[in-house]
Ligand binder design. Sequence first.
Ligand SMILES: NC(=O)C1=CN([C@@H]2O[C@H](COP(=O)(O)OP(=O)(O)OC[C@H]3O[C@@H](n4cnc5c(N)ncnc54)[C@H](O)[C@@H]3O)[C@@H](O)[C@H]2O)C=CC1
Ligand SMILES: O=C(O)[C@@H]1CCC=N1
Length: 260
Amino acid sequence: MKIGFIGVGEMAQAIIKGLINANQFDPSDIYVHSTHQTTYEPFAKETGVVAVDSNIEVAKQTDIVVLAVIPNAAVVVLNEIKSQLADKTLISIIGSLSVTEIENVIGTSIPILRALPNINVEGNVGMTALADNDALIGDKKAVAVKTFEVLGEVSWQQESKFAIFSAIAGSGPAYVDFFIDALSRAGVKYGLTKKEATEIAAMTLQGSSHMVLNSKNQTPMDFVDAVCSPGGSTVAGLLAMEEAGFMNSVIKGIDATVNR
Ligand SMILES: NC(=O)C1=CN([C@@H]2O[C@H](COP(=O)(O)OP(=O)(O)OC[C@H]3O[C@@H](n4cnc5c(N)ncnc54)[C@H](O)[C@@H]3O)[C@@H](O)[C@H]2O)C=CC1
Ligand SMILES: O=C(O)[C@@H]1CCC=N1
């Protein structure tokens, strides 16, 4: 089974690294091409994947074709490769393109999986939304879905929910990492080194995520209450954050992401 990536940018590279980590595909069974040879050739050398000369060659040589280009190039590339897609599975990670839009460009009904992964797939701790068409069945479906299951968690979603999923989970790592950086910068302000402050902040986020995910009936706000000792330092900090508009700034950020 061979898998090919058209577009070898940040997201394709993260997926490929996660697939190799998980031994899901041998690097020699992963084919890549993009417009930027200066990016994909060093990446192919570093990881052992096979760099080929054109998008069409990726589609010809592989069983599963992953469309991972910038959104503006997606329709052009689909038109370019559509004659090579019979008997293949097409996986699209294009944020803004629905399964029906893809089918309309291709013109025939081939198995299609739409995936919205996040960058954390590189460490096999990703969160990926999935949707498919009726032609994706049997072994082809099992293999396509497994491709993302080995990269972390998957969540089947109606396509109408992809925009909000993308804002929280797809863009989310940028927002969470921004928060980690804000916490660690505050640590530096009070004398910690950036390295130790970053580790302390990231570990705290990991611990809180673990507690929320493993709690049977406690909400995040229950944990907030548990930390806020009466008359203590946490409630003072929380109220100062809210005075500066913490919750509102997060919601406004998600609004802007969804509306883009
Ligand atoms: N970066 C992320 O966290 C996520 C990205 N996505 C989606 O993944 C796709 C790629 O995003 P990134 O990797 O962040 O972008 P990127 O800019 O890092 O990579 C885009 C790649 O597409 C290639 N490309 C552009 N036009 C092409 C063409 N005509 N033929 C072949 N290759 C072409 C570029 O050379 C580059 O390798 C986007 O559609 C985005 O919506 C989805 C979820 C998360
Ligand atoms: O910023 C973007 O458009 C893509 C979609 C989700 C994450 N990155």
